[in-house]
Design a binder for this molecule. Structure first.
Ligand code: PCA
Length: 193
């Protein structure tokens, strides 16, 4: 079994992005599954092609994308992606959408293929600050989650996948973020077995 786990490069003037710092530290194998890691660009337009290029290259059974939610104080598995792009800041290509749809003919929302509430509960039980989130926002993280769920629904390769937002290290230490991330991956592997 193979799981593709992605983090994001820094954006918005930050020098690092804790999502990639955490993903980078994952062990090569979790519960017998091979863990493949990659860092995605904070680009509305390039992020999805890059994700599917990785999926084509590695044929993962599941994909978990991880990103930073700088204003949150705990780990938040995402329940839904919305068909909307809008942000107060431009992405790393200088692109800034202000209300455009991701897929003009696509559904308003796509629901995570992963049991987000159960995963948040499993983290909380292990002492990791975590809470399920109803929405991945409207920036690049939501953009890639929507595209990932669309591809899974269309039978593009991975059987399942979803999105995890993590807080800044000032809110939750990196070690705890890494532990929470591993808990989510174990849940994904158990569900696939
Ligand atoms: N967080 C941003 C994009 C990249 C990241 O790590 C977001 O929440 O959309």
């Amino acid at each position: 079994m193979k799981i593709l786990v992605t983090g994001f490069e820094p954006f918005g003037g930050d020098r690092k992005n804790v999502s990639w710092e955490a993903v980078e530290r994952l062990p090569a194998v979790i519960e017998g599954a091979e863990i493949i890691t990659a860092c995605l660009p904070v680009s509305y337009d390039r992020v999805e092609p890059e994700l599917w290029a990785l999926a084509e290259r590695f044929s993962p059974d599941a994909v978990l994308c991880v990103g930073l939610a700088g204003n949150r104080d705990c780990l938040t598995p995402e329940q839904t992606a919305v068909n909307l792009m809008a942000s107060k800041i431009p992405d790393n290509d200088g692109v800034q959408y202000q209300g455009q749809k991701i897929q003009p003919a696509g559904p308003e929302y796509r629901t995570s293929a992963l049991p987000a509430a159960e995963i948040a509960q499993a983290m909380a039980t292990a002492g990791i600050p975590a809470k399920v989130s109803p929405s991945a926002g409207t920036f690049v993280c939501n953009r890639v989650m929507y595209g990932l769920l669309e591809g899974i629904a269309a039978g593009k390769g991975p059987k399942t996948g979803g999105f995890l937002h993590v807080p800044r290290e000032e809110a939750v230490p990196l070690e705890k973020i890494c532990q929470g991330l591993e808990i989510e991956i174990r849940e994904i592997v158990w569900n696939l077995k």
